[in-house]
Design a protein around this ligand. Structure first.
Ligand code: BT5
Length: 335
């Protein structure tokens, strides 16, 4: 099975085997075609099939093709040890494959798992986005994790926690890469205008008490262009596409959880104000004209900020609790 979970054809496997044989070296297209007794075009087609199946293959006109090793598997033990004295990340449940880390974390929380427990998976068969959407989650390349929190807050304040997780991802990107990221309300992290991470916050609550919150975090680390489905709603990207460099998933997860721990500790001590300030500094939307669509209703306006509950504020005085934002957008529809 390939990194993207697809079965490979015999021809693609033969090309892969030859690339494997030479380790980190290049093999020319001519040599591959000679050894496999197929045309150069057939080799090129199989190289593209392998890329679509999740393999990273470098190509250089004068040298040919080279298989780039996939980054190491997740080292949950190392992260747990590094974070053992912190609120978040001391307990890590690492899964090879799951339907959705949010779903597993929710079940563990219902069964009494302690605050700070983290569920990570190498791949998700039905990663959850908002409103029943799917988060595309191929194996071996990205970070899919869910954190269980038990904050002593009112249910109405729970959306504030999504802002902590998106800031934590932005800080980790800043620490580990030279890339600049911007936050798009409510839950996207963008690099050069394309979505690199998505956050999904789910909650179990009673009228005036939060039982637990699950912070679901998906970050595209080493995904190649070929691994994105063609029908995404908005442009998407990964750290690899933007920087050309492989990110160590274990290292990224450790830094991300450290930052989240730092932000959550600050949140418990001083409330939401410091995170709100940082969120605004990192926002892609300050002063932008936007169209927000929520359950088929469109609203337009210039963004003036977010309020104390995380609602988006427009210059019209509107306070928007949920929806999808497009920068610019079809203003005619709103007039
Ligand atoms: C989100 O939803 O952005 C929340 C994504 C949360 C995923 C994490 S992974 C770990 C944890 N466990 C889960 O089961 N979920 C969380 P939303 O704003 O609705 O965006 C979803 C839309 O983004 C989809 O409809 C696609 O168009 C697009 N999309 C899907 N996969 C993507 C990917 N890997 N990268 C960028 N965009 C993607």
């Amino acid at each position: 099975m390939s990194p993207a979970g697809r079965a490979l054809s015999r021809s693609a496997e033969s090309v892969l085997a030859l690339l494997h044989d030479v380790g980190n070296a290049f093999v020319s297209g001519e040599e591959l075609s000679r050894k496999l007794t197929v045309s150069r075009t057939a080799v090129w087609k199989q190289i593209n099939n392998l890329r679509a199946a999740g393999y990273r293959i470098d190509s250089e006109a004068s040298r040919g093709y080279r298989l780039v090793p996939l980054p190491e598997n997740f080292d949950a033990g190392a992260i747990g040890r590094a974070l053992k004295n912190r609120r978040i990340g001391g307990e890590i449940v690492a899964l090879k494959e799951t339907v959705s880390t949010n779903q597993i974390a929710f079940r563990l929380a219902e069964e009494g798992a302690s605050e700070g427990t983290v569920v990570v998976a190498d791949q998700q068969s039905a990663g959850k986005g908002r409103l029943g959407r799917i988060w595309h989650s191929p194996a071996g390349v990205n970070l899919y994790c869910s954190v269980i929190l038990r904050p002593p807050i009112q249910p109405v304040a729970a959306p504030q926690l999504t802002f902590l997780s998106v800031i934590a991802v932005a800080r980790a990107v800043e620490k580990l890469t030279p890339l600049k990221s911007r936050i798009k309300w409510p839950n996207d992290l963008l690099i050069n205008g394309a979505k690199v991470a998505g956050l999904l916050n789910e909650m179990s609550a009673e009228t005036d008490k939060v039982n637990f919150v699950i912070l679901g975090i998906g970050v595209n680390l080493n995904m190649t262009r070929e691994q994105f489905p063609a029908d995404l709603r908005h442009p998407a990207t990964s750290l690899l596409i933007e920087s050309g460099a492989i990110t160590d998933r274990t290292e990224f997860a450790r830094v991300l959880l450290e930052e989240l721990d730092d932000l959550y500790t600050g949140f418990l001590a001083a409330g939401y104000a410091p995170a709100r300030k940082e969120w605004l500094e990192r926002s892609a939307l300050n002063g932008a004209l936007v169209t927000v669509t929520d359950h088929g209703v469109q609203r337009c306006g210039r963004v003036t900020g977010i309020d104390e509950f995380g609602a988006l504020l427009l210059d019209s005085g509107e306070q928007i609790l949920s929806g999808d934002v497009v920068i610019g957008g079809e203003f005619a529809a709103c007039n």
